[in-house]
Structures are given as C-alpha cells and as structure tokens.
Design a binder for this molecule. Structure first.
Ligand SMILES: C[S@@+](CC[C@H](N)C(=O)[O-])C[C@H]1O[C@@H](n2cnc3c(N)ncnc32)[C@H](O)[C@@H]1O
Length: 215
C-alpha cells in the first residue's frame, strides 16, 4: 500500500525566546513525528517526544533526510529561526518539495525585533545577509538606503560589514544587536572599527541607519 506523504510543516520560531513563539507554533510542533532543528533553536520544544534531527549546515543532506522521513509517512516539522520568509532554510525546502507540499507558520523575525528595540519602523529597510557569505553589493549601491540591516553570524562577516560601513562614511548610527530576546540580549551603538575589535555573538544583526531618521 502506498504511504501517504504528509505536508512538511515549517514553523517560524522567532529569534529564540519562547515568549515570542505564537501558540500556532507550539500546536504545529505538537504534531511532529520528526523535528528538524537547527543549533540556534535546540532549546525549543524539548518536551516533544518527536525524533529530533539536527538541521546541520549541509542543505542537500537535510533535504535528503526530510525526503526519507516523508517517504515513511512521518509528519516532518522544520523549525526555522525568526520568520521562514526571510533568509531561511525554509526556502530551499519549499523549492525542493514544492509549495503545495509545505505549510508555513509565520514567526517574528529577528529584524523586526532589532527595529523594535531602536524604536524605528522597518518597512523601508534594505536587508542583507552575511550569514553564510559576504554579500556581493557595493557601498555605492547601498548609499541611498536610509536603513540597512545586515544579518551577521560569522567573524569574517563582521570584517566585511566594518569595511562597508567605513566606505559609507559617518552619516549613520550603527547598532550591534546581539542575542535578541534571549537572556544575554545586548544592543550597543558602535563605531565601525569596534565591530572587529570585540568578541561578538554569532546571533547578531548590525543596523546602520542615517542619522536624520532619528530626528
Ligand atoms: C539564517 S538567518 C535567519 C533569519 C530569520 N529567518 C529571521 O527572520 O530572523 C540567521 C541570522 O538571523 C539573525 N538572528 C537570528 N536570531 C537572532 C537573535 N536572537 N539575535 C540576533 N540575531 C539573530 C543572525 O544574523 C543570524 O545570523
């Protein structure tokens, strides 16, 4: 008899704190036979009896694991950091398995939280990810952007960000947003050079906002 393959549930888990998990996320996680969990989210849903599989860094391998579990008729639930709609493992999963085979539960993005902390809106933000590799964009291309948010995550990414900010000049306020929503949350206003001089969390977003937008 053919096994019925269930839709993969992709759950946006917010930046890390359980306080920012919507009830829909817990309900979806509760349906899991298998939870695919990245390192950043390993503290979530620990009470679940579902098998936990590390999402790991190898996307092709994660896709294979998900396919194998679905083929066995298991309910796979993928826990995604923040919102699955932005720089997320959710994207290759949806591309691979098809939108019709995935259900997405939205979450609160770390970028939303970063802008909430500095009290500015985020509808006009230019968002870049330096999480896996340095973005291929120049300072000249970015100069018109009033608000820039850069997802960090690697020491090398902070060197790239520092170089970019120096090229952009000192017309901006720069905020290092670390461990958002977690007990060690820290928002620090810095000079570009400081980005490479201090020990920084791997959970980090750098905001660079034109000074006049604070008036
Ligand atoms: C793969 S991206 C995922 C972004 C996610 N989809 C979102 O909406 O926040 C991972 C990056 O998100 C940022 N991030 C995630 N959680 C964070 C937190 N608690 N504090 C600061 N940055 C965080 C970091 O820049 C990290 O490198």
């Amino acid at each position: 008899m053919a096994v019925e393959k269930k839709r993969i549930i992709i759950v946006g888990c917010g930046p890390g704190s359980v306080d920012l998990l919507p009830p829909a996320a817990a309900a979806a996680a509760g349906k899991a036979d298998v939870l695919i969990v990245s390192k950043r989210l390993e503290g979530l849903f620990t009470e679940s009896s579902a098998e936990r599989i590390d999402a790991g860094a190898d996307i092709a391998q994660t896709l294979e694991i998900i396919a194998r579990q679905r083929d066995m008729g298991k309910q796979v639930v993928l826990l995604a950091t923040g919102d699955p709609g932005i720089f997320s493992l959710a994207q290759p999963v949806i591309r691979h398995f098809g939108r019709e085979n995935c259900e997405v539960i939205p979450g609160i993005s770390s970028i939303q939280v970063a802008f909430a902390r500095i009290g500015l809106s985020w509808e006009d933000v230019t968002i870049l990810s330096a999480h896996k590799e340095d973005p291929r964009i120049s300072a000249d291309e970015l100069r018109p952007a009033g608000k820039i948010a850069i997802l960090g995550g690697r020491t090398a990414s902070l060197h790239w960000i520092a170089g970019l900010l120096k090229e952009l000049g000192d017309g901006r306020r720069v905020f290092l947003c670390e461990e958002l929503t977690l007990p060690d949350e820290k928002i620090t206003e810095v000079k570009p050079d400081e980005l490479t001089e201090r020990e920084v969390s791997t959970r980090v977003i750098v905001l660079a906002v034109k000074r006049e937008l604070f008036s």
